[in-house]
Design a binder for this molecule. Structure first.
Ligand SMILES: C[S@@+](CC[C@H](N)C(=O)[O-])C[C@H]1O[C@@H](n2cnc3c(N)ncnc32)[C@H](O)[C@@H]1O
Length: 266
């Protein structure tokens, strides 16, 4: 079991590249998550899912983890941050980096890792002298994305280095904040699952099917303000009632964007 989701881990079928690496990754993942490591044989993933009554199958493929659910596949894809880093290199800016007020050497606590795209952009923005600590409460999402950040190849050197520097913890944001010292990060960022999804995609559907869907609590925001030296930032749909409920009154982001970054100074 990984949380309340029944999961197994396996490899791609025999005869494909990276066989030994895949086997070792499956064995390591099974141990780390406490889930069955199932020999793939010639079964389809559907057959394995039915045979083991599993909601999700982690597959070690080309030395990286992919998560397959009935809703779609979640895999780490550095391309999601690629364009944003390219824009930053060209001096065009990025709405998240502006909202967080990131400069080189800052320490970021990203409370909602998800696909890791925002964390990579933050990591690039704070550079080698800074740190990005990213939290993910779902153990399967944390495993797939932490594995990709640590082992996938970035599209260029800057991106590759930024990926490797992200520190991932599989934990609940409130629990982590409660244990953190006052003013221990420059900024704390939340991008919780939207109350209503903006658009559908196979990757997001797979993530959505297992993601932690809870709304942020006022207690979490109080703790975040204690832990952040400069600001607490939350992303949501522009018209979301969540901002008012949690006490955010200042907004940043693209003028015509359907999402907004709400900023609270500490
Ligand atoms: C919308 S996604 C984040 C997307 C992310 N910013 C990105 O760039 O892909 C929200 C993620 O945060 C996780 N999450 C939600 N509530 C959490 C909590 N209280 N603690 C830790 N992770 C949480 C969800 O499981 C989900 O993976």
């Amino acid at each position: 079991m990984a949380g309340s989701i029944r999961a197994i881990v396996t490899t791609v079928r025999r005869g494909q590249r990276y066989t030994e690496v895949n086997r070792a990754l499956a064995a390591h993942t099974a141990k780390a998550l406490g889930i069955p490591n199932v020999p793939r044989g010639n079964d389809s993933l559907e057959e394995l899912r039915a045979a083991y009554n599993a909601d999700a199958v982690l597959v070690a493929r080309r030395g990286l983890l992919t998560l397959v659910t009935a809703e779609g596949e979640l895999f780490f894809h550095p391309g999601m941050a690629h364009l944003r880093i390219k824009n930053l290199l060209l001096g065009h800016g990025d709405h998240l980096v502006t909202a967080l007020g990131l400069t080189a050497g800052m320490h970021v606590l990203d409370c909602t890792l998800g696909t890791g795209a925002d964390a990579i952009v933050e990591s690039f923005a704070v550079g080698e002298a800074g740190t990005v600590t990213a939290l993910e409460s779902n153990p399967l999402i944390a495993a797939v994305i932490a594995d990709g950040l640590a082992h996938a190849t970035g599209d260029n050197y800057e991106m590759h280095a930024a990926m490797r520097r992200v520190i991932v913890h599989n934990t609940d944001a409130l629990a982590f904040l409660q244990a953190a010292a006052d003013d221990s990060y420059d900024v704390v960022y939340f991008d919780p699952m939207f109350r209503r999804p903006l658009h559908e995609s196979a990757g997001m559907n797979a993530l959505r099917s297992i993601a932690d869907m809870r709304a942020l609590t006022e207690e979490t925001i109080v703790e975040a303000r204690r832990v952040a030296r400069r600001r607490v930032v939350m992303k949501e749909r522009r018209e979301s009632a969540e901002f008012e409920r949690l006490g955010f009154t200042r907004f940043m982001g693209g003028k015509y964007s359907r999402i907004a970054y709400a900023v609270m100074d500490c």
